[in-house]
Ligand binder design. Structure first.
Ligand SMILES: [Zn+2]
Ligand SMILES: [Zn+2]
Length: 204
């Protein structure tokens, strides 16, 4: 990851989002998340995969806290993640002499490099915009996290796709409810009404 050349915290914070939303069943899925072509993809190991999975769970917690108004908990979790994944800047050129900055020291694991950047970026993001802008998709079947950059902090879905799908589902549910209500009404009308028995008053 070479974003640090221009200290692009946004890009770092987005790597945290990418990680939380990624399936991590095996190394090939992990490689799909890693920025490349780079040394990262080639060097990632099973051990990295374990570290990524653990961090993924903890980063999701940060988003859950933020999305539910628990700012202090979000900060605590991030502070503990910052300790676990420290930033240690270093100029590197690999063999080409194409200088750029890595966020961890020489020989660090792929997971250490990626996670230090992701946690740092997300922490800066929280200080800048507040944890209320950490979001979890309102579509239950999705659960993806996102950074809310809308002007009035009103985003509810991770993507247009989820927003559309959810609106269509809500529309269908309303329509179905209306139809079944109509059906129960007409059933009630079809029920034979027992005519009131004329009361015979004995004339006496
Ligand atoms: Zn590099
Ligand atoms: Zn979604």
């Amino acid at each position: 990851m070479h974003y640090l050349c221009r200290v692009n915290f946004d890009a770092y914070a987005r790597t945290a989002v990418d990680l939380v939303n990624a399936p991590l069943d095996d190394l090939s899925q992990l490689r799909a998340v890693l920025p490349g072509p780079d040394w990262m993809c080639e060097d990632a190991t099973e051990r990295d995969l374990q570290a990524f999975r653990k961090a993924q769970r903890r980063l999701r917690e940060v988003f859950e806290h933020g999305a539910h108004g628990r700012e202090r908990e979000a900060v605590e979790e991030l502070n503990s993640l910052l300790e676990a994944h420290p930033v240690h800047p270093r100029i590197s050129g690999h063999e080409s002499g194409n200088w750029h900055i890595h966020v961890t020291s020489r020989g660090s694991a792929v997971s250490a490099e990626y996670l230090a950047g992701a946690v740092w970026g997300l922490s800066v993001w929280l200080c800048e915009y507040g944890s209320a802008r950490f979001g979890v998709c309102a579509d239950d079947r999705c659960g993806n996290v996102y950074l809310d950059t809308s002007s009035n902090n009103c985003r509810r879905f991770c993507s247009e796709r989820c927003a559309t799908r959810s609106h269509v589902a809500a529309h269908r549910a309303r329509k179905k409810a209306a139809v079944s209500e109509l059906a129960s009404h007409s059933k009630a009308q079809l029920k034979p009404t027992v005519p009131a028995q004329p009361t015979l008053t004995p004339v006496g």
